[in-house]
Write a protein that binds this ligand. Structure first.
Ligand code: HEM
Length: 167
């Protein structure tokens, strides 16, 4: 019986795919940013980037590469705590959830409210560019199929822009 419900659910969701929210529209308003969780709920019901790229292991490795760059960065390293364990875990869980994986981030951290969570840090063009440089390098090192690589790079570009809070 549960299988039946699941397959009905999947079919219904699949049919509505063309009308699904555009996950990149969040970049234009704060409200859209706050809807990242609901977008990830939608994403988890269809073939997701999370599954295509290799699931949790991919995001854990991506985040490791990203922070390996951050560690040597004089602009953004000082923003992070000495112990990078928590930042690593939170970013990997957030990205996994956003791209269609399990909802562990929300269970552990609640609503992402990423603009609010970044408010204590001054994020201008220098900080944004440094963050993106490390993330772009980390993404490209994965050697993903072109479509998935573009999707990730565009997303990070848009998201980092949205999180700026000063010039
Ligand atoms: C634009 C440049 C960015 C800077 C300078 C920056 C910096 C930071 C800093 C300093 C923290 C706090 C780490 C801690 O104390 O635990 C943080 C947390 C976080 N950042 Fe960023 N970030 C940037 C962009 C982004 C982007 C684009 C994303 C998502 C795509 C993101 C996702 C997160 C997440 C999920 C957390 C953890 C939130 C939580 O506490 O649950 N950040 N970031």
């Amino acid at each position: 019986m549960p299988n039946r419900i699941l397959s009905h659910h999947r079919r219904r969701v699949h049919c509505t795919r063309p009308e699904a929210p555009d996950p990149f529209a969040f970049g234009t308003t704060r409200d859209n940013l706050e809807s990242w969780v609901s977008v990830s709920v939608y994403r988890s019901t269809v073939d997701s980037l999370y599954e295509r790229v290799g699931g949790e292991a991919f995001f854990t490795a991506l985040v490791e590469r990203f922070y390996a760059g951050v560690v040597g960065d004089p602009v953004i390293r000082p923003l992070y705590p000495d112990d990078l364990g928590e930042p690593k875990a939170h970013l990997a869980l957030f990205l996994s959830q956003y791209w269609g994986g399990p909802h562990t981030y929300s269970e552990e951290r609640g609503h992402p409210r990423l603009r609010m969570r970044h408010a204590p840090f001054v994020i201008g063009t220098l900080e944004r560019d440094a963050w993106l440089r490390h993330m772009n390098k980390a993404v490209k090192a994965a050697d993903l199929p072109a479509d998935d690589e573009v999707e990730l790079l565009s997303y990070f570009d848009m998201a980092a822009q949205t999180l700026m809070n000063t010039g």
